[in-house]
Design a protein around this ligand. Structure first.
Ligand code: AGP
Length: 610
């Protein structure tokens, strides 16, 4: 989604802003721009449609000097991706960048046009530039003027504002869209503002998260924050321990490939310090929920996180014997859901900023549920809104296609299921210890599995021209099939469908012929025999079968065209391993087809609009 970075200090702003925007590229965007102020002159704006390289060329040709500036990458919501619609928007002496949506923009636009304002873009964001310009027509305090302008709009925003008469100053404001302040660490004074910490990590690790309703004034020497009521407040500072190197590709061709290979370490990190086998205890970041009073769990998520939540349902029900429902966050909030007393709603989100998941979480809260967030991004909106939070510790996920976040979420679900099982007395200590042992062995097994990379590329080459794929699985293999299909479609643009294999006879079998590759999750476990029957049905109709089989399974080799062998682990842990070859299959097909793997078309990393 859109990205924001701002700088005020002793250095030239343009190169810093460009570098910050480059680090936000993974969020997805269709245009970019900067506005830079130098004392005694109006701010200068450079912006263009398309990739950052174009903006860099513009700035190389006509550099903009100045030590205070704001930069933006836009992902179109209102108005096409054109230069005119790119941010910053300028009106009078005001330059603004905005993430979010102004809900009453049509009404405001009509009013402003009637008062003689001329609009230069189709965006809702430009409204802010006009409103602030009018508020400051007679001069005055920039932050107060921005606050008055904000009082007239409804919607969501992270905004940064420059004013020609305030050459060192950036005013920032946040309401339901991420925005943080970076406190300079260099010997000379400087300060930063960004929608994502990755943009400024190279320069500072000292971060202050703005709260909804806050406005902030940044100069090179100071940062002042005011709450929604205009009262000066102090927000806590935190130190970010993600290294900037973690946001680089480290020699892999794509971030996605790098992140797939990071998974053994990510799972170790997610487990680190959380299991106490002696006491058969799982400790989750001090989670102190009384699970004795929880009658039902409701899992809310979107996309890949939703597939992890589907696995979570199986895990929680199996180990903790507690009823679990899974809902797409985008559906939950609009269907007048019934939330009974004793409900624990768990919002699952890598970014912690997904608008639908956030809205569903709020709705669950409003209806009386206790809430817990399973999140990757510390200090994200969802993490801060829920009553409790458990972090997945997967590190920054840059690739739009989620991989390591998924397996880290699965790891948390197994841990959570064991934690709840212990609290509710659903499992004896020996069973909990055995499960912990199994979990501890996953990173090594996954490392071994990743060694099969060349074989999967060969399979990918064989099927890279297929127009459709079917993914089949049963039990925990079903959400794994859904996730495998999602990975393939989002990065290779090949149509892929995931199905519960038991449903195949109820419709999708009609699709099967010699042109349809069918990926079957056929690991040993409760539904194994049934999956074999489904496999035979596909084979009888000429379908090409790519099977995931448990190491040592010789039966499958005779039934499938291609077999990927997965280490033998407890059935509940199979999704952790089975998802890896499917991620790789999708990756290699996309790479062979030459798509933009890390930034697939039409997609954004963090979907902060509904
Ligand atoms: C995953 O590959 C997707 N790009 C997408 O489905 C994603 O999982 C979804 O938008 C939810 O994001 P979140 O986990 O950050 O809330």
């Amino acid at each position: 989604m859109c990205g924001i970075v701002g700088y005020t200090g002793h250095r030239e702003a343009s190169p810093l802003l460009l570098e910050g925007l480059r680090r936000l590229e993974y969020r997805g965007y269709d245009s970019a721009g900067v506005a830079v102020l130098a004392a005694g002159a109006p701010a200068r704006v450079a912006r263009c449609e398309g990739k950052l390289g174009r903006l860099r060329e513009l700035l190389d040709k006509e550099p903009i000097a100045g030590k205070c500036g704001i930069g933006h990458t836009r992902w179109a919501t209102h108005g096409r991706p054109t230069e005119a619609n790119a941010h910053p928007h300028r009106q009078g002496k005001v330059s603004i960048i905005h993430n979010g949506i102004i809900e009453n923009h049509l009404e405001l636009r009509q009013k402003l046009e009637a008062a003689g304002c001329k609009f230069a873009s189709e965006t809702d964001s430009e409204i802010f530039a006009h409103l602030v310009d009018r508020e400051l027509a007679g001069g005055g305090d920039l932050r107060a003027g921005v606050a008055r302008a904000l009082g007239q709009v409804r919607g969501t925003w992270a905004i940064c504002v420059l004013h020609d008469d305030h050459p060192q100053e950036i005013v920032a404001a946040r309401h339901n869209a991420p925005l943080l302040v970076g406190l300079g660490e260099a010997s000379e004074p400087e300060n930063f503002v960004a929608s994502d910490v990755a943009a400024i990590l190279e320069h500072t690790r000292r971060v202050v998260d703005l709260e909804d309703g806050d406005t902030a004034r940044l100069t090179r020497d100071a940062v002042e924050i005011f709450d929604a009521a205009g009262k000066a407040v102090r927000r806590p500072e935190r130190r970010v321990d993600w290294s900037p190197v973690a946001a680089e590709k480290e020699g892999f061709k794509h971030f996605m490939l790098k992140e797939i290979h990071e998974q053994p370490r990510v799972i170790s990190d997610a487990l680190a310090g959380r299991m106490a086998p002696q006491q058969a205890e799982v400790r989750l970041d001090g989670l102190d929920l009384d699970f004795g009073n929880v009658a039902r769990i409701l899992l809310l998520a979107c996309g890949t996180s939703y597939h992890a939540a589907m696995c979570g349902k199986y895990m929680l029900e199996k180990l903790a014997r507690i009823p679990v429902e899974v809902d797409l966050a985008s559906e939950f909030r609009y269907r007048d859901p019934v939330v009974q007393p004793g409900t624990l709603a768990i919002a699952v989100s890598q970014s912690g900023e997904t608008a639908d998941t956030m809205a569903a979480l709020r709705e669950a809260k409003r209806l009386g549920a206790t809430t817990l967030a399973v999140c990757n991004v510390v200090g994200s909106s969802i993490a801060r809104t829920a009553d409790h939070v458990v972090y997945t510790h997967a590190g920054p996920e840059i690739s739009v296609a989620s991989t390591k976040a998924f397996t880290s979420q699965l790891t948390i679900f197994v841990l959570l299921a064991l934690h709840v099982a212990k609290r509710r007395g659903a499992l004896d200590d020996d069973s909990i210890r055995r499960a912990m042992q199994g979990l501890s062995a996953v990173p090594e097994a996954m490392g071994h599995l990743l060694g099969q990379l060349p074989a999967i590329r060969t399979i990918a080459r064989r099927y890279m021209h297929a127009r459709d794929f079917l993914y089949l699985g049963r039990g925990l293999g079903y959400p794994v099939a859904l996730e495998g299909a999602l990975k393939l479609k989002e990065i290779s643009y090949v149509h892929a469908e995931g199905y519960a294999s038991g449903e195949m006879k109820h419709g999708p079998i009609a699709l099967v012929d010699e042109n349809l590759p069918v990926v079957v999750i056929a690991l040993r476990g409760a539904g194994y025999e049934k999956v074999l029957s489904n496999l035979a049905e596909v084979r009888a109709r000429g379908g090409k079968i790519i099977a995931l089989a448990t190491m040592g399974d010789r039966e499958i080799a005779d039934m499938a065209d291609d077999v990927v062998v997965v280490p033998d682990v407890d059935e509940l842990l199979q999704p952790l391993l089975a998802s890896v070859p499917l991620q790789l299959l999708a990756y290699h097909i996309a790479d062979l087809r030459g798509t933009d793997v890390d930034q697939p078309r039409n997609l954004a990393k963090s979907v902060t609009v509904e």
